[in-house]
Design a protein around this ligand. Structure first.
Ligand SMILES: N[C@@H](CCC(=O)N[C@@H](CS)C(=O)NCC(=O)O)C(=O)O
Length: 247
């Protein structure tokens, strides 16, 4: 049986790949182990991890294929690889239009939402030196995210998972996909960073509850030791101070 290793950080974007692997394991298709990195401790920049991924990012998947060891970085590449290796895990519908809809979600979340907007909120110090400029960078990221959340909410179905209930090619059953696995990452981040999605975005909130009820997701949250209510540690004074009531 195929055996993987996932390098992840608790609650990071690697959570989506972790959930995909857990779905695969639960379907009896492959097994995996994990290596945990703590981003606040700088584990991603330590030589032992840079030897695995010189870009200093999680996730990384190590795998064995045709007798050879391989390493793959980039969340979407990992998800795609797992989909191809384990079609029986049904990580994304295969009907062309729905599959494309899935990729529309995945690429928007990984690029606009994560790399463009959230990075300004996570790391304003990577964009500007002065504290004032850093606060402006963060405000820019937060304004983008507020727009994006409204867009996201307007595209979600009222029921079922993100790609909708009653999919014609799946016998009408609800379809949990890697889109939902990635959406729960952003829902948790949105909560931690004070966007209060549980109050402002009812479809996203309901979807996240459904996702969290899934056994694979519960198992991965447990292993990563995270939940939807854990708070962000105190932030530097020049950055947005998240009101207790907004988390
Ligand atoms: N383009 C990469 C981005 C990965 C990424 O930004 N990972 C974050 C965690 S969500 C990370 O490892 N950050 C560490 C850092 O930037 O120092 C992907 O999609 O996999």
């Amino acid at each position: 049986m195929t055996h993987y290793r996932l390098y992840y950080a608790p609650g990071a974007c690697s959570l989506a790949s972790h959930i995909a692997l857990e779905e695969i394991r639960r379907a009896g298709l492959a097994d995996y182990a994990t290596t945990r990195l703590l981003l606040p401790a700088g584990d991603q920049k330590k030589p032992e991890f840079l030897a695995v991924n010189p870009r200093g990012h999680v996730p990384v998947l190590s795998y064995r294929l045709d007798g050879k060891e391989g390493l793959l970085s980039e969340n979407l590449a990992i998800l795609r690889f797992l989909m191809r290796q384990h079609p029986q895990a049904r990580l994304l519908p295969t009907a062309p239009e729905l599959e494309a809809r899935g990729w529309e979600w995945l690429s928007w979340l990984a690029t606009d939402v994560h790399s463009y907007a959230f990075m300004q909120v996570f790391y304003p110090m990577r964009y500007a030196e002065s504290l004032v400029a850093q606060a402006e960078v963060e405000a820019s990221g937060r304004a983008l995210l507020t727009r994006y959340w409204a867009d996201l909410e307007s595209r979600l179905p009222a029921q079922g998972f993100a790609l909708g209930p009653g999919l014609a090619d799946q016998g009408g059953e609800d379809y949990f996909s890697v889109v939902d696995a990635l959406l729960i990452v952003f829902y948790r981040w949105a909560k931690r960073y004070g966007f209060a999605p549980q109050r402002h975005y009812p479809r996203w909130a309901a979807l996240s509850e459904r996702t969290l009820a899934r056994p694979s997701v519960q198992a991965v949250f447990e292993e990563e030791r995270i939940n939807l209510s854990d708070r962000l540690p105190p932030r530097p004074a020049h950055l947005y101070q998240i009101p207790e009531t907004e988390q």
